[in-house]
Design a protein around this ligand. Structure first.
Ligand SMILES: Nc1ncnc2c1ncn2[C@@H]1O[C@H](COP(=O)(O)OP(=O)(O)OP(=O)(O)O)[C@@H](O)[C@H]1O
Length: 588
């Protein structure tokens, strides 16, 4: 329950709206509490009149006055019930909106490690399902609890005024009813969670089947996949059946308990009428009052299990909200990147795998020059990019940008001035134009600028071949691009921002050598006064770089220019010769 105290700041934010809501609850209950009195008084008056001779007109008179008064009270109660929902329930919706935004902002602040630790389903659940459960506490939970208190005070006050003894007997079964409803609703919640879990499992299964449909078909595994789906579906059906059975018990339990309370009221009422301490009209009023109290009492059980669920959900939400981002932007002073990069004895071990990806790596890239990183797969090349973009901080050594430690400069502005093309291309399910425009952030980018970037990356001629050109939608239900086209669009996204430092992480691997050459020529003129860091397996892509480092198992084993490295006659030369041979055999 302690976890829910996190929401107090929001309750305080909307305190006036809530206080008005509570006032409206009280007023609507005052109107409601008069209704049984009107009926009770009318019953007593009718009995009195019936004992006289000419009663017809008088009975009609009472009927009309009951009708008028009852309507008035109903309207008053209804109107204030409307105001209650417009304040309390609306507040819960406002808080739901605020909380979702807070969680989403926190997600944006958290670093790569956090995303590695938690799966996407979990992240989605906490911002959607968990927030919805918390809202049930903030809306219906609070509303029904306040309503119960207000109704109890007002109604019990009226009942005691009529007959304290009868009040005591009539109220006795209500706590038992709350307990029974609590048990039924707890069971309902447990079962509905099991159904939801099974549903998410089916969704994951189906989604994977759709994404991997080509692999499934290629390996002829349709039968197994269908069987797996059928088993999960069967489990879902059984869980749903159990939930339906419990759901069916909910209303009959309430009806039975209301019935029992009404019978007790009539029985006790008749006994007390013999004694002369209550009138038939009082019994009628009590029957109304008992019916008015039963649902709010039943709701105690329902609200209790609802609050328990909300507390568990809020605890999960708090776990993420309390997570401290490992990388923070400590400096907000303006930054103008010149482009000098320096790694000084940098070592880094990935926190979860414990793999030491780079060891004592040192290099310097002067502003406006280019550095290439070459090495076998898993040698630590992408790790250098991860460290340069501050996805992680190294455990030892220093990374400097223009002579300042990377940890101490304005990270946001630094990232704004570099262009990174990651190894794994990611394009959004949006138009091609918007995917390239993404590199410029919120700015309004003219179409010519987008086309210029696409032309430089030699992909414009591919784009205009699509019917919708730059407005072609990619991804789900959109067009799929070839690997090379995706890479070039992703590069256009990086160069459109005119970066001071350009980082290309093996992003031309799916492009043929002829196209690669054209792109390189274009890059040369775009980046002539800027710094570039190029990672590649192909020596043809990097031979013209000002400096080349060769990595093996995270350490620099060779470095120099293309010519000086060939003179060493080591790993670089070996790779070069191998690639020359491969090239020759494909051209022969
Ligand atoms: N996020 C991560 N968490 C844990 N270990 C990682 C992570 N990323 C990489 N590694 C490990 O660090 C080592 C270096 O990986 P890195 O991606 O830097 O290599 P690379 O030289 O870029 O390889 P490739 O050429 O195949 O892209 C590898 O052993 C890899 O398994």
């Amino acid at each position: 329950m302690k976890s829910l105290s996190y929401l107090n700041k929001y309750l305080l934010k909307y305190k006036w709206r809530l206080l008005f809501g509570f006032l409206f609850i009280a007023v609507s209950n005052i109107f409601g509490a008069y209704m049984p009195l009107i009926v009770g008084d009318a019953v007593d008056e009718m009995i009195l009149i019936q004992q006289k001779a000419d009663t017809r007109d008088q009975l009609w008179g009472i009927a009309w006055s009951v009708f008028g008064l009852y309507m008035l009270m109903s309207l008053g109660k209804g109107l204030f019930l409307f105001f209650t929902r417009q304040t309390v329930i609306v507040t819960s919706r406002y808080i739901e909106y605020d909380l979702k935004n807070e969680i989403y902002n926190q997600y944006q602040k958290l670093t790569y490690n956090f995303y590695k630790k938690n799966n996407t389903g979990d992240l989605m659940n906490r911002i959607s399902e968990d927030v919805s459960r918390v809202r049930m506490y903030l809306g219906p939970g609070i509303m029904y609890s306040v309503n119960l208190v207000a109704l109890f005070v007002i109604v019990v006050y009226q009942m005691i005024a009529i007959n304290p003894e009868m009040t005591l007997y009539v109220l006795l079964p209500l706590p038992i009813m709350s307990f029974l409803i609590y048990r039924v609703s707890s069971r309902m919640n447990r079962e509905s969670e099991a159904v939801q879990r099974q549903q998410s499992w089916i969704s994951t299964l189906v989604q994977e089947t759709f994404s991997g449909v080509r692999v499934i078909k290629a390996y002829s595994r349709e039968k197994e996949t269908t069987e797996q789906f059928n088993t999960s579906s069967e489990a879902y059906k059984n869980k749903s059946m159990r939930l339906t059975l419990t759901n069916s018990l909910f209303m009959p339990t309430i009806m039975l308990l209301i019935g029992i309370s009404t019978i007790i009221t009539i029985y006790i009422g008749i006994l007390l009428t013999y004694e002369g301490s209550v009138t038939p009209g009082n019994i009628a009023s009590f029957i109304f009052y008992v019916n008015m109290l039963t649902w709010p009492f039943a709701s105690i059980g329902w609200v209790t299990s609802l609050v328990q669920r909300a507390a568990a959900s809020q605890e999960r939400i708090n776990e993420f909200l309390n997570e401290q981002p490992e990388i923070t932007n400590s400096n907000t002073t303006a930054l103008n990147v010149e482009g000098k990069i320096e790694f000084k004895n940098v070592s880094f071990t990935y926190p979860y795998s414990g793999i030491t990806a780079i060891r004592n790596v040192s290099f310097t890239v002067k502003p406006g020059s280019s550095l290439a990183i070459l090495g076998k797969t898993g040698s630590g090349k992408s790790t250098i990019v991860n460290l340069l973009t501050r996805q992680f901080d190294p455990q030892s050594g220093e990374i400097e940008i223009d002579g300042q430690n990377l940890n101490s400069i304005n990270l946001e502005q630094f990232r704004e001035q570099i262009g990174v093309v990651p190894q794994e291309v990611f394009l959004f399910s949006d138009t091609i134009g918007n995917n390239i425009r993404f590199g410029m952030g919120k700015e309004d980018v003219p179409q010519e600028t987008i086309e210029k970037a696409a032309k430089a990356m030699h992909v414009h001629h591919n784009i205009i071949r699509f019917k919708e050109g730059y407005n072609t939608v990619l991804g789900e239900r959109g067009i799929n691009l070839s690997g090379g086209q995706k890479q070039r669009i992703s590069m256009a996204r990086a160069i459109i921002r005119n970066p001071k430092i350009l980082v290309l992480d093996d992003c031309l691997s799916a492009v043929d050598t002829e196209t690669e050459e054209i792109i390189q020529q274009n890059l040369k003129s775009i980046m002539h006064d800027k710094t570039s860091l190029i990672i590649s397996h192909r020596i043809s892509s990097i031979r013209e770089c000002d400096h080349i480092i060769v990595l093996e198992n995270g350490s620099v084993i060779e470095e120099g220019t293309h010519e000086s490295l060939l003179k060493i006659n080591g790993y670089y030369t070996e790779m070069y010769e191998k690639q020359l041979l491969e090239e020759k055999s494909t051209t022969d």
